[in-house]
Structures are given as C-alpha cells and as structure tokens.
Design a protein around this ligand. Structure first.
Ligand code: HEM
Length: 181
C-alpha cells in the first residue's frame, strides 16, 4: 500500500501512545524510512507488519488497531489536504458511501498504482443500508468498521455496524449492515 497509509498508522500510534511506543513498534515491524514516503507504493506485507507489531507492542488485538486506524483515517485525510475530496464525496453518510468508489477513482489520479477497494450500497432506507465491500486484500473488515465509525463522527450521526458475512468465510467480499441515527 502507499506510504500515506503507513504514515497515518505512525501518526496515530505516536499521538495516542507516544514516541517511545512508536519506536518499539517501528523496530519490531522492520519498516524503514522508504516505507513512510507518502507517494511511494510499497508491499502490503509491510502495512500488515506494522499492524501486527502495534498489536504486540501495545498488547491490543489487531482488530482493535485496525478499527482505531479506520476511525483516525477520516480525520487524517482531511488534515493532510484531502478535505475537498472528502467534501465532494457527499454531505450525508449514505450519499458519501455511494460515492466511495468515485472518491478512490479520484485518489487514483494522484496515486497511479492504487489498488482501491470497491463498495456498493443496497436496501437503502432513511437510517440504514447494506454495504458490500470488495477488495483484493484479506483481513480488513475491522478497518471498514472503524472507517464507518469515523464517517459517523464526520457526519455527526451515531453509527452501528454489523458484519453480515465476511470474505474470510465466503471468499467473495464482505457485507455489513449499517444503521445510523
Ligand atoms: C480522501 C480520502 C481518502 C484517500 C486519500 C484514500 C486513499 C487510499 C489509499 C492510498 C489506499 C491504499 C491502497 C493502495 O495503496 O493500493 C486506500 C485504501 C483503502 N481505502 Fe481509501 N482513501 C480515502 C478515503 C476512504 C474512505 C472514507 C473509506 C471508507 C470506507 C476508504 C476505504 C478504504 C479501504 C477499506 C482501503 C483498504 C484497501 C483494501 O480494502 O483493499 N477510503 N485508500
């Protein structure tokens, strides 16, 4: 994944747990400076290694790290100059979720090696929808759950997310039931 992702993981850990804990995670992960160059596309294994190292050093399940990272991502991207891109994707949670693929298409204009996920919405009601998540990667359901909560904060709604089925079990993408109030 692009260095931008690793930078966000670094900033999250530094800001929540401090420099010393970050240095321990860094050394355990085996990452080097090159992994923290924003526009450089690196091996996915390094990003997974950072999450694994954080889980060991901070003694937290990897699922909690992924969820915290997802939540942080919506703030981080807004701070890092992608606010207008986020604003253009919609002014309500369901509108934004429907435009996620378009958002990543735009991101792909700046990051040509991007391998983005794909999302689609169905069963849309006033306060719920079904979200289908497809990716060439595995094990990122908790990231999506965190992202959805981060978007809840952005749109000032209380979000709850239920994992209906996981790619880990079905091999064909994951499905979430999302409600908000
Ligand atoms: C302006 C805001 C955003 C930017 C700049 C951005 C950019 C990126 C980048 C660079 C990656 C790494 C992929 C790669 O290197 O191949 C990525 C992955 C991902 N993005 Fe976004 N993204 C944004 C917003 C969002 C939002 C709001 C969601 C909410 C669902 C989201 C969901 C994901 C997921 C789940 C992945 C993991 C990759 C995968 O599942 O295969 N992104 N994004």
């Amino acid at each position: 994944m692009y260095g931008l992702i690793n930078i966000a993981i670094r900033d999250l850990i530094k800001s929540k747990f401090g420099e010393q804990q970050w240095l321990a995670v860094l050394s355990q992960s085996g990452a080097s400076d090159a992994d923290f160059v924003r526009m450089r596309s690196g091996d996915d294994a390094m990003t997974y290694a950072l999450v694994g190292a954080a889980s060991e050093v901070l003694d937290m399940p990897a699922s909690d790290i992924l969820q915290a990272f997802g939540q942080y991502w919506t703030e981080f991207t807004a701070q890092e100059g992608y606010g207008p891109l986020m604003d253009a994707a919609g002014s309500t949670l369901p509108e934004f979720l429907e435009n996620l693929d378009q958002l990543h298409t735009r991101v792909g204009m700046m990051y040509p090696d991007l391998k983005p996920p794909s999302f689609s919405c169905s069963d849309i009601t006033e306060n719920s929808l079904t979200l289908q998540y497809e990716s060439e990667r595995d094990g990122l359901d908790d990231l999506v759950i965190g992202l959805l909560h981060g978007l809840g904060t952005r749109f000032e709604v209380e979000v709850s997310v239920q994992l209906v089925s996981s790619k880990a079990d079905t091999g064909v993408g994951s499905v979430f039931h999302v409600t908000w109030s």
